[in-house]
Write a protein that binds this ligand. Structure first.
Ligand code: ATP
Length: 503
């Protein structure tokens, strides 16, 4: 059987130690992955670009770092304790299956928003069986997704956060006061979140520990149509899947959706999105994602159906990316109104409103929430290049600004005089703050393949001609073309390319 794209991508990831199962020597821990040196560089570069694009380019956005463990009342207020569950069913052998996913996959019926009784009925009528052992499935029950523990004594219950957002709501008032901010105020956070997913799968697309990059934009409810980013973003094109399109598809028992291409300005003017701020947030994402090597054609914004969103939502739009395993949500964009601040005010009995010209205002919130590993997986799939006639190996075409290293230095032959020049050039490049590698082992073709496999954009080869004319070849990963340059020019050439890396 032909290998799936996911398997091909994961084969390189494992071979090159980009990412691999946690505690592998003990058989792994389902839903947990570690990143090796190359994967960590990719992940860090992704975070750097995100920080640059969404935080540092806006003077009203601040970053915070909160703890991953939070006391139970936080999640009582946020609703996670009561509602953050997935429908699941157990077979007599103890295998637990996430039922909404099973129904959607096997029966092509939308399961979101249905009660456990309705889902049990669908399982029975659809004759669905345990996907692990084929035995029958029991009644559908709600399965809590948070990891719980206690802090300093059993009575003090605490939970690992299932999203980074709650720290931000709790810290909002302090950050607003400390930064002497008016509205709008954006508070961003990059960190780990934990969800005890019933069926972790598909590499890092669904895991139990993952990174999130979230921003809560706190906005004066009277100014939801006055976004400071509008003039910059108004012409960005947004591919939208409307609720109507989804409704019509559901009537035909289909999950194929057509997209409507509108500009940020049109999306706002025609009321396709709830307000100007939401239009701009989507536009900003549409500017960012294609720069990661993901083509525009595989990106869409799906307006979530009412049964998929909580009652307080003013409109949610998921950014979805098409993968070999189907369309996947990668960013959740939620207009949360004042729900979270109100909920924490009620539970904590603290005033979280702010004073605007003598009036108490509880800001409205719009939240874009990115999953780091899921986005990274999308990048891996969309930059993966299979072997072909011109290149006998698989490789990743990471954009320059994401690639784990800028260049690799290779002496062509195992001769001390070539190795010495290659090393000197490598050291010189490191002093210029370039991320570079030195590789002297194996045949040169094999070394090019190794560099391509981890997406290094340039390879510098020192060969016998170097000893004659002080030149070396600079090989481009994308074209495999080699051009000779003077040795002393090479580090600055690489540096120049690095400087062009930013967005
Ligand atoms: P899903 O429906 O896929 O479970 P969700 O709607 O619960 O996702 P959000 O709560 O909106 O997801 O989380 C925001 C983002 O965090 C998602 O778009 C995704 O990129 C990431 N994310 C959520 N759950 C996981 C997970 N289990 N593994 C990896 N990334 C995740």
């Amino acid at each position: 059987m032909a290998k799936s794209l996911l398997d091909s991508v994961m084969t390189i990831c494992l071979r090159r130690g980009i990412l691999f199962p946690t505690a592998e020597v003990y058989g792994g821990l389902a839903g947990f992955y570690d990143f090796g040196p190359v994967g960590t560089r990719l992940r860090n570069n992704l975070i750097r670009l995100w920080r640059q694009h969404f935080i540092e380019s806006q003077d009203f956005v601040y970053e915070m770092s909160g703890t991953t463990l939070l006391p139970a009342p936080v999640f009582k207020a946020s609703g996670h304790l009561d509602h953050f569950t997935d429908p699941s069913a157990e077979c007599p052998r103890g295998h637990i299956t996430r039922i909404d996913q099973l129904i959607e996959e096997k029966l092509k019926i939308q399961a979101e928003g249905k009660s456990n009784t309705e889902l049990s009925e669908i399982v029975r009528k659809g004759k669905l069986r345990c996907p692990v052992c084929g035995d029958f499935l029991g009644d559908v029950k709600s399965f809590g997704l948070m990891f719980g523990t206690s802090v300093g004594g059993e009575r003090r219950q605490a939970f690992l956060r299932p999203e980074t957002a709650q720290n931000i709501f709790l810290a909002f008032k302090r950050i607003q006061t400390a930064t002497r901010s008016k509205l709008p105020l954006g508070v961003a956070q990059i960190g780990k979140s934990y969800r005890n997913e019933i069926s972790p799968r598909q590499s890092v697309v669904r895991v139990r520990e993952f990174g999130q990059m979230e921003i809560e934009y706190f906005i004066n409810p009277d100014n939801l149509n006055e976004c400071p980013l509008f003039s910059d973003l108004k012409n960005v094109q947004l591919p939208i899947v409307t609720q109507k399109v989804q409704q019509e598809a559901a009537e035909k028992e289909s999950t194929e959706y057509s997209t409507k291409l509108v500009t940020v300005e049109e999306a706002f003017n025609k009321g396709i999105v709830p307000n100007q701020w939401m239009a701009c947030i989507l536009g900003n994402e549409m500017k960012f994602i294609p720069q990661l090597g993901i083509p525009k054609e595989v990106i869409r914004f799906r307006h979530m159906r009412p049964e998929e969103t909580p009652h307080y939502s003013g409109g949610n739009f998921d950014l979805e990316i098409k993968l070999s395993i189907g369309w996947k949500e990668v960013i959740g964009n939620a207009y949360r109104r004042d729900h979270d601040l109100q909920a924490h005010m009620k539970e904590s009995q603290k005033d979280l409103s702010i004073d605007i010209e003598g009036t108490k205002v509880i800001p409205h919130v719009i939240e874009p929430s990115f999953g780091i590993e899921r986005l990274l997986y999308c990048i891996l799939e969309h930059t993966y290049r299979p072997k072909d006639e011109s290149r006998g190996w698989t490789w990743f075409q990471f954009p320059l600004h994401l690639a784990p290293y800028e260049a690799v230095f290779l002496p062509l032959l195992q001769r001390p005089e070539l190795e010495e020049i290659a090393r000197q050039l490598y050291e010189k490049s490191r002093l210029l703050n370039l991320s570079v590698l030195y590789d002297e082992r194996g045949r040169i073709g094999r070394r090019y393949a190794r560099a391509d496999e981890i997406g290094i954009p340039f390879a510098v080869t020192i060969d016998p001609q170097t000893l004659e004319d002080n030149t070396a070849t600079l090989r481009s990963r994308d074209t495999a073309e080699q051009i000779r340059h003077q040795l002393e020019d090479i580090p600055s050439l690489l540096q120049e390319r690095k400087q062009r890396k930013g967005f």
